[in-house]
Design a protein around this ligand. Structure first.
Ligand code: ADP
Ligand code: ZN
Length: 721
């Protein structure tokens, strides 16, 4: 090729033509450096026929500067990038950026300097150095990363290096990963498990696109089953991608993986160190990384030989990305498997309604694991009607639940209380004047965190110390906490059961892999009697002595009236219930509610999942909601309210008139102020037959907005705030 078209990493430009100089060889997918004005940019050589753009005269083409020493992005990945950009109405270069992961990795090779503590114990230390020494115990990273981890300046660490407290270590950037062994510790599968595993193994051997929905109750051994398919892929020298909904779950997964295959898998997530990121990317692109485990960003990496994709806890909402490219990793994983001609397994105990529907339609092959492994039974469910048996004044746990917790404590068993609310109280107000503490940047109350003695916004991170006096009326000692968060529940347990050992499990307390693994170890070794946690503890964990789960407020998730509220509540409560009685001792679940008659609660009480799904499906069909119809949102935002409102009105003013789509709004979004930006929203409901994306593109493309206005399109939205 002497003349190529590049996808360049520049928001505005997108695609540009270049000349390939004599002696340089490129192919589609090659990563190259090209001149752009006075600068140099990274680009990917792309098939030109797929990209519209004006032809540039031969004589005006500038030559490429360099081909980077990395394998070209494979065709299947290029098609995936195009598909994703097209489907989610996103710029192609934004999608492509997710495939690159790390600019540094493109050059590869060589070594890099990291630093670690030397172990020298100095006699006197400045407070900053002392804090850094504490924070950096066992860490090794670049100066910049260490500075971030220890919250000190790079200067402090450089000083520590020159006084011998930190030492440099040369790190080989491309050192290979240890090899996973497919038969390191293969389990004896039950007959049901074996039948499921055999299907997956056969699909890996055969190759070709084959989507599975692995629908197995909590504790049925879904992981063990798909591990057999992973083992087969490793044996066949194919790569595997396992997507988990959040990084917090990887710690637990790593242990199980290592126990099964002898070595940990290759990790990919947003908080990797730059050296780890580089090493992982190069191993992935060369086909040497056997199994990659990651959050959704691992989906777009350039695997050389992808032979299997697993999406675990596939119903999880966190697979949907809500900024930048607003894609759903669960859905894109299936598309990727199609382009790669590989099997994909969506595993869940509570599949998304959309996935169930596709299984029913025969698009996905459904594989069931209806029983818990090893004869463990599903927990018994009790509904606690808070209207009939209320907690004592100022408390949140009903007497019947407290009795059960006490009984567990006496028997040496564990209890788990679930409330999906971080902090101490969701709202703080002044007893004297009624002042409520609100975030200045968001339409949200500030949440009190007693552990850190701060009021914090859970949307933008804005924080302030809990004040002594009311900022409005100046009265002292007058602030009242309204409603419970997990910290308040933990306090209540402490008062009721002073002898119990309580662990608070939220993203505030379990905010590093080390803390998560300490928590898991403590729970496994029976050092904890009561766990009080948010959704962080609803999935993945297997604590044999945990026999009681209390759902503090089952109605919480039903507020807000989002179209998936019922389904999401059901999934969350079923998942947390699934933590109880996973081994020999049977489990019980107490669900506190003010609406025992709500369909979700009735379905949980009777264990009639199918009836719940059927009723949900019916309601969605009536509302033309997914999977029967489709939604899209257009979110218009600006720091200037009038500017945002006018832009939204301008969009609304030229709304297309199409038979199969219905447009609502513009209206202020429920979260009308978010991170200092005023937000307006249009919602589009479409029949499945409508060409939704094409219509939206035609609608928005001709419009121009002031610089401060951002217009985001959200296809198949999960968040309606
Ligand atoms: P799920 O993901 O379906 O909730 P897991 O895969 O976590 O279930 O399995 C639950 C527990 O049972 C785990 O501790 C797992 O190691 C164990 N287990 C499941 N199947 C087997 C098996 N065939 N042999 C030994 N242990 C098993
Ligand atoms: Zn805020």
């Amino acid at each position: 090729m002497r003349r190529v078209r590049l996808l360049v990493f520049n928001q505005v430009l997108g695609v540009l033509d270049y000349r390939v100089p004599e002696g340089m060889a490129v192919e589609y997918g090659s990563l190259v450096i090209a001149p752009l004005g006075p600068r140099q940019v990274l680009g990917i050589v792309w098939e030109s026929e797929r990209l519209p753009g004006e032809e540039v005269a031969e004589s005006r083409l500038r030559p490429l500067i360099e081909v980077l020493p990395a394998p070209p992005l494979p065709a299947a990945l290029r098609r995936l990038i195009e598909w994703t950009a097209d489907y989610y109405c996103a710029p192609m270069q934004s999608v492509a950026r997710m495939a690159i992961g790390s600019a540094a990795a493109l050059r590869g090779g060589g070594t890099m300097t990291e630093y670690r503590l030397t172990g020298v114990e100095p006699k006197r230390l400045t407070p900053q150095r002392a804090a850094a020494m504490d924070a950096l115990e066992g860490e090794q990273a670049t100066i910049r990363e260490l500075a971030e981890r220890a919250s000190v300046s790079e200067g402090v660490l450089r000083g520590m290096a020159s006084s011998g407290l930190l030492e440099p270590v040369a790190v080989d950037l491309d050192r290979p990963y240890p090899r996973a062994r497919p038969d390191f510790a293969a389990p004896d599968l039950s007959d049901g498990q074996k039948a499921a595993a055999d299907k997956f193994v056969a699909a890996v051997q055969q190759g070709g696109f084959q989507p599975f929905l692995l629908d197995g109750v909590t504790g049925s051994g879904k992981t063990e089953c798909y591990f057999e398919a992973v083992a087969e892929a490793i044996a066949l020298k194919k790569q595997v991608l396992v997507l988990l909904p959040e990084i917090a779950l990887t710690e637990n997964f790593l242990r199980r993986f290592e126990a099964r295959f002898g070595v940990p898998p290759v990790l990919w997530h947003s908080s990797l160190k730059s050296t780890e990121r580089r090493r992982a990317w190069r191993a992935i692109v060369k086909g040497e990384a056997q199994v990659v485990v990651g959050a959704r960003s691992a989906l777009f990496l350039p695997y050389a030989r992808l032979g299997l994709i697993v999406v675990d806890e596939a119903h999880e909402v966190s697979f949907k990305q809500d900024d930048g490219v607003r894609y759903n990793a669960r859905d894109v994983a299936v598309i990727r498997a199609r382009f790669e001609q590989a099997p994909v397994i969506l595993a869940s105990a509570t599949p998304a309604l959309e996935s169930m529907q596709l299984a029913e339609a025969g698009v996905y092959e459904k594989v069931d694991l209806p029983d818990r492994f090893g004869g463990a039974t599903l927990p018994h469910i009790e509904i606690v009607d808070l209207r009939a048996e209320p907690p004592e004044r100022g408390r949140w746990l009903a007497p019947r639940l407290v009795e059960q917790m006490q009984a567990r404590l006496e028997r040496g068993e564990q209890s788990l209380l679930f409330l999906n609310r971080r902090g101490y109280a969701p709202l703080t107000l002044c007893r004297n004047c009624g002042h409520r503490f609100q975030c200045p940047n968001c339409t949200a109350w500030l949440v009190e965190h007693r552990l850190s003695r701060r009021l914090a916004c859970h949307h933008c991170g804005h924080e302030l110390p809990v004040p002594e006096t009311c900022p409005e009326c100046g009265t002292g000692d007058c602030l009242v906490a309204c409603g419970p968060g997990v910290e308040r529940i933990a306090d209540e347990v402490r008062e009721l059961m002073p002898e119990a050992r309580i662990a608070l499990a939220t993203s505030d307390t379990l905010n590093s892999p080390a803390k998560i693994s300490d928590f898991v170890e403590a729970a496994e070794n029976k050092m904890i009697d009561v766990i009080v946690g948010t959704q962080l503890v609803t999935k993945g964990y297997h604590f044999p002595d945990l026999t009681l789960v209390g759902v503090v407020d089952a109605d919480l998730g039903l507020e807000g009236g989002d179209l998936r509220a019922g389904e999401r509540s059901y999934q969350q409560i079923a998942q947390v219930a699934g933590r109880a009685g996973r081994a020999e001792k049977p489990g019980e679940v107490y669900i506190q509610t003010r609406h025992p008659e709500a369909p979700v609660i009735e379905a949980l009480a009777s264990g009639d999942r199918d009836a719940f799904y059927a009723a949900e499906a019916e309601a969605r069909r009536d509302a033309m909601a997914p999977p029967f119809g489709r939604w899209a949102a257009i979110i218009v935002s600006s720091e200037d309210n009038a500017e945002a409102r006018d832009a939204a009105r301008a969009i609304g003013g030229v709304r297309p008139d199409e038979p199969d789509i219905f447009i609502y709004g513009p209206a202020p979004a429920p979260l009308s102020l978010l991170r200092g930006r005023h937000r307006y929203r249009l919602l589009i409901n479409a029949r499945r037959t409508a060409e939704l994306q094409a219509i939206i593109r035609r609608w928005l493309e001709p419009l121009q907005f002031p610089r401060g206005v951002r217009v985001a399109v959200d296809i198949d939205p999960y968040s309606f705030v």
